[in-house]
Design a protein around this ligand. Structure first.
Ligand code: GBH
Length: 462
């Protein structure tokens, strides 16, 4: 924007959809109120060492009690969409059986509050807070959980479907499956590749079943979809080993989900990689037809991309167990407070590639944002120029992808508020609005003001 050339951001159309995103466990608190029962995150937070500082979501941003004020913040920013998630353990505390009216009443009020202020509700049905009772029955590695999810989805739809048009089934099934059941870094903290892959399959199956149930229950048009976290995996060099490492990372991280959802098949190379680990995806009869039930919008969460190498420091292509080496090669790039490399160019690459490999799938960026080491002044104001730059560069990356034909229809910043950042607890702040956790005071950061300005300009309102 400094070279005298037009800023690509200004090529985004006036109809572009603008929003912010949050998730239930990260902001709500009130974990034992109105009949809510524990989720896997309530349990995991109590495992010593699992979450930084022993933080929990018990209070979080106390959004459960401050919801109208938080909706007012969104309205002040002039945004048209709010993406939030419904806590399964509020609505159906043990993951099966009848609805909990007191739990669903909260989302009822939230939806009405949003509509009253002209903000579109965008509901995510599952953002990682599985009822603990279902984990005790086997969790996502158990096939039954997919059916429990479809039942739950229909309960929520029965309650809110008269007012909510846009539904995302799952947030980031890769994270639920791999961070939760393979790396053990997220709830429920298990570490078994076979379990993780079974979890991934049953998450996808649950998505497909839920899409069918909502479509059948609806009397009018719906916008249904799923959100995936995607990261580019580029080879560090053109060597066959590096290219294979990037292929494998892209396969297990991205294509396993996208190919199943869009093309109704698991990628053969990933199936072969898994077989070498002794893992088989537990596919039954017409699962892939269910998983690839047509949907309307693909939610993409993007934070960064990585470079991969297939050789270790000693030049070997296999580790001691004879497995191919796959390693992330750090680059000398600016990073966020998470240590994540800032690579907006990869965002453009990713979106262009999606439009090529998965044509005809409309995309909304359901999350993008960054944690930085915010320094509030005496009034609690944060002049977060680093976050402004991050958001601007990534919006530019989206605009560039659109100019080459990628069908991106909206962008939601992660996140409205500083919140419970999973295993990092409250240490990492992604909000465009600061939360003082002692007073629960909210203060829009410079990035929030910048976002409001940008949205107004593109809508032609100023
Ligand atoms: C999102 O996940 C979540 O939806 C949201 O709840 C969260 O607050 C937000 O991002 C910020 O973290 O190095 O192997 O862990 C982002 C998840 C994070 C998934 C980076 C991939 C890197 C792979 N992504 N992660 S690994």
């Amino acid at each position: 924007a400094t070279t005298g050339q037009a800023d690509p951001i200004d090529t985004l159309p006036p109809t572009f959809r603008w929003g912010v995103a949050t998730s239930s466990y990260q902001i709500e608190g009130a974990v034992a109120e109105d009949g809510r029962r524990p989720s896997i995150w309530d349990t995991f937070c109590r495992v010593p060492g699992a979450v930084a500082n022993g933080d929990t979501g018990d209070v979080a941003c106390d959004h459960y009690h401050r919801m109208p004020q938080d909706v007012a913040l969104i309205a002040d920013l002039g945004l048209d969409t709010y993406r939030f998630s419904v806590a399964w353990p509020r609505v159906q505390p043990d993951g099966r059986g009848p609805v909990n009216p007191a739990g669903v009443a909260f989302y009822d009020r939230l939806v009405d509050e949003l509509l009253g202020r002209g903000i579109d509700p965008w509901v995510t049905l599952y953002h990682w807070d599985l009822p603990q009772a279902l984990e005790d029955a086997g969790g996502w590695p158990a096939r039954d959980t997919a059916h429990r999810f479809a039942d739950y989805a229909e309960l929520v739809f029965d309650a809110l479907g008269d007012r909510v048009r846009t539904w995302t089934t799952l947030n980031e099934p890769w994270c639920s499956a791999m961070l939760g059941y393979f790396y053990g870094l997220h709830a429920p903290g298990r570490r078994d590749l076979g379990d993780a892959i079974a979890a991934a399959h049953h998450l996808l199956l649950g998505h497909g079943l839920a899409v069918r149930r909502l479509r059948a229950a609806a009397s009018g048009p719906l916008e249904l979809g799923i959100t995936v976290n995607l990261a580019t995996a580029d080879p560090a060099t053109d060597s066959p080993a590096d290219r294979d490492a990037a292929r494998a990372a892209d396969g297990l991280g991205n294509r396993l989900y996208l190919d199943a959802l869009v093309h109704g098949r698991y990628p053969e190379d990933v199936v072969a990689d898994l077989a070498r680990e002794g893992v088989r995806i537990p596919v039954e009869a017409d699962d892939l037809a269910v998983i690839s039930t047509p949907f309307d919008v693909l939610g993409v969460n993007y934070y960064f991309g990585q470079l991969y190498s297939g050789v270790d420091d000693d030049g070997r292509e296999q580790d001691a167990d004879g497995r191919p080496v796959r390693r992330v090669v750090p680059r000398d790039l600016p990073r966020t407070a998470m240590g994540w490399e800032i690579v907006p160019e990869s965002f453009t690459d990713l979106l262009v590639r999606l439009s090529r490999d998965y044509p005809g799938v409309p995309i909304v960026i359901t999350e993008n944002g960054a944690a930085f080491d915010d320094q509030p002044d005496a009034d609690g104001f944060v002049a977060d120029d680093d976050r402004v730059a991050y958001l601007a560069e990534h919006l530019r990356a989206v605009a560039r992808a659109r100019l080459t034909g990628a069908d991106v229809r909206g962008y939601f910043a992660w996140s409205l508020l500083d919140n419970f950042e999973w295993a990092y607890g409250y240490d990492k702040r992604f909000g465009i609005v600061r939360v003082d956790y002692d007073t629960q005071r909210r203060t829009p950061k410079r990035s929030a003001l910048w976002y409001r300005e940008t949205v107004h300009r593109i809508r032609g309102e100023r």
